[in-house]
Design a protein around this ligand. Structure first.
Ligand code: F3S
Length: 679
């Protein structure tokens, strides 16, 4: 027979109770030389009340029991205004742990009754929350006696109808209806149904959704299970309501803790559902679940060997144990460590990353290693730390990496004076600024929150501190790439590289661990003012290896492409005898140079400018003129092209002399060649 135990997800502390318990423990933590009280039991749970007592927080039932200077914690149920006033009058420090949802009701009641309205509250008139709510009733100064604002409590819709009829017949007051936060949702819906028969009524839905969800899930569970356990204080109204809901569909038991299980006969139970009131701590629910599971399995089969093993399994503070995650919530993770103890990992002990969410770190069913940090055999609680195990593992990894020279991967989590902190498997490793590989300390931000690869270069085993180097890894990797480059590289090979720096004489390109130089003349075929006219730092460019010197480690590269060579283009597209339109680019004493295509200038010799005798070239041509000329000669090998304007002029066609042509003299030492060209 497969017997099951199912715990409702919404079982246990609600937001308001959780908050109140935390506030109380924090108040105890802060400490005071005077007494600390809760006004009434903080929650309806004897175990929590006993825990608070151990921390020095005791219960008083009236403000008059507190002395001036004492601290009084107001519980999540809240209290009426007069209680605050009395405490203040007595000089008591008030710590208000009223649930914010209840505070909202206080404000509503105060506002509506101050306006002279009648406020009807669905709930139990003797419940402390309802008592507190009634304590915020205000009388309106503007109302006459019959119109005075007041609040009344009704337990069910029958009583509500009576109240509404009475009010409608006797007065013209406005009416507001709201409820105690833990009121039964089904009964509330009935009340809302009857309200529609009356006019002028405002309904405020103040049932807390935590209660609604808990009740609805418990109801669903009770329909699936033959037996239900409701855990909570017997005086807790929301626990009793859960019990009432679940009793309708299953055999239901209300218990305060796992001790009470032994008085119940589960021999016929096949499926047991568990829910718990808002005041029940998670560890009690976990204990009940654990014991219930044991009862069902023991009844099925008593495993003697397992029982012996269980009893022999000893744990102690500082012991590292394995456990299975059984629950994950926003404040803690519960772990079954295979003993009678219930294991808790508080959020602060779960992960080294302060921003990590518990559900991102572990999930139910995970087997994890933890260290026992505190043991309470009486209460059966073991406080655990996963963070310490992670840090230990991180240290072991770092130590191994130090011994073997292994490269580690981590994330830069902090920039500190003198360097950065890299976190690797929970271990913090210091990397001095000089070992980051970043020249400018101000640029350290560029690696913050980034993953980096590093080596451990120093380890202090006593203090468990390590120093790392990112630069060592990059330098070694670069050396390896350099070696591989010289092994495989060949002249004429075309490779991809990244422009690292630009100088007047050329460009350095990283071609894989080696910075090769592209000289200015090998950068482009065109005339340029500076290499930066062609490329920028960071550009990825294709270069051809021109020369390799393995001894000196120098590599010459070429960026300009053969197919872009203007002489190749010229040879393909132009021939002697062809007429071309050219642009005068310079004037000399022996003629003018004219651009045919970018990179190819032809010479128009002084004798080829006009039919008549030309004394000064500038009498006929100026820089920038576009003229038609004939290619009269071409010497590709010596890179010379001759042009003639005259060859296109009919005999006797004389060209007019320019009036104001600028004169550009040829350099004195330059001899006039017969026919010449500039590259
Ligand atoms: Fe507050 Fe709802 Fe709990 S009202 S105390 S969160 S049940």
């Amino acid at each position: 027979m497969n017997r099951t135990v199912t715990v409702a997800k919404t079982a246990g502390f609600c937001f308001g109770v959780d908050r109140a318990v935390k506030i109380a423990f924090e108040t105890a933590e802060k400490g005071t030389d005077r007494k600390i009280y809760t006004l009434g039991p903080l929650i309806h749970n004897p175990s929590v009340v006993a825990d608070l007592e151990k921390k020095g927080i005791t219960v008083i039932n009236s403000p008059s029991e507190a002395e001036p200077g004492d601290t009084v914690i107001i519980r999540s149920h809240g209290v009426g205004r007069s209680v605050y006033e009395e405490l203040e009058k007595r000089g008591v420090t008030i710590v208000d742990a009223t649930c914010p949802f209840v505070t909202k009701i206080h404000k509503l009641v105060a506002e509506r009754t101050a306006a002279g309205d009648l406020v009807l509250i669905a709930g139990d008139k003797d419940h402390p929350e309802v008592q507190g709510i009634l304590g915020w009733t205000e009388s309106s100064a503007d109302c006459d006696k019959s119109g005075k604002g007041e609040a009344k409590v009704f337990p069910n819709c029958v009583e509500l109808v009576k109240l509404l009829r009475n009010n409608c017949e006797k007065s013209k007051k406005g009416v507001a209806i709201l409820s105690q936060t833990t009121y039964n949702i089904g009964m509330w819906n009935q009340c809302i149904g009857v309200v529609s028969e009356f006019s002028g009524i405002t309904v405020y839905d103040t049932i807390c959704t935590a209660t609604e969800k808990r009740q609805s899930e418990a109801g669903d569970l009770s329909r699936k299970c033959d037996t239900m356990l409701i855990i909570g204080g017997r005086s807790s109204s929301n626990t009793r309501k859960l019990y009432d809901i679940c009793s309708a569909d299953s055999r239901c038991y209300l218990i305060e803790n796992s001790e009470e299980l032994k008085d119940i006969d589960f021999s016929t139970a096949k499926s047991v559902g568990i829910s718990a009131g808002a005041s029940t701590p998670a560890y009690i629910i976990e204990e009940v679940k654990k014991d219930m599971t044991e009862i069902l399995s023991n009844e099925e089969e008593f495993n003697f060997e397992e029982a012996i093993e269980q009893s022999l399994k000893k744990i102690y503070t500082g012991k590292r144990v394995s456990g299975v995650v059984t629950a994950v919530n926003s404040t803690e993770v519960i772990v079954d460590i295979g003993t009678k103890h219930t294991g808790y990992i508080p959020l602060s002990e779960l992960s080294n990353d302060p921003n990590a969410k518990p559900e991102d770190v572990v999930k139910v069913g995970d087997t994890i290693d933890v260290i026992v940090t505190k043991l309470n055999d009486v209460e059966g609680i073991a406080m655990l730390s996963k963070k310490q195990v992670d840090a230990q593992k991180g240290y072991d990894d770092v130590k191994k990496a130090y011994e073997t020279g292994e490269v580690l991967t981590g994330t830069v989590t902090n920039i500190i004076k003198g360097g950065v902190i890299v976190t690797c498997n929970g271990m913090r490793v210091f990397v001095p600024a000089s070992q980051t590989g970043i020249r400018n300390a101000d640029s350290m931000d560029s690696i913050l929150k980034k993953e980096v690869r590093f080596k451990i270069i120093e380890l202090n085993e006593q203090r468990k501190r390590a120093v790392g180097s990112i630069r060592k890894v990059t330098a070694e990797e670069r050396a390896q790439r350099k070696e591989a480059f010289f092994e495989n590289a060949e002249v004429g090979q075309t490779i991809l590289g990244e422009v690292k720096s630009i100088t007047d004489y050329g460009v350095f390109v990283d071609v894989g661990g080696v910075d090769g130089l592209v000289r200015r003349m090998d950068l482009t075929w065109a005339r340029i003012k500076h290499p930066s006219d062609v490329v920028s730092v960071g550009d990825h460019i294709e270069v051809t290896i021109k020369d390799i010197d393995k001894e000196t480690g120098k590599v010459s590269l070429v960026y300009k492409k053969t197919e872009d060579n203007p002489w190749v283009i010229f040879e393909k597209n132009y021939s002697v005898g062809q007429t071309v339109e050219v642009k005068i680019v310079s004037i000399t004493g022996f003629g003018a140079f004219a651009q045919i295509i970018p990179g190819i200038d032809g010479l128009i010799h002084i004798s080829q400018i006009a039919n008549q005798r030309v004394a000064n070239v500038s009498d006929f041509l100026s820089v920038g003129d576009v003229v038609t000329a004939k290619i009269t000669d071409c010497d590709i090998a010596n890179k010379r092209v001759s042009l003639s304007i005259r060859a296109l002029l009919p005999d006797g066609d004389y060209r007019p002399v320019k009036e104001t042509a600028p004169v550009e003299e040829a350099p004195a030492e330059e001899a006039a060649p017969e026919e010449a060209t500039e590259e």
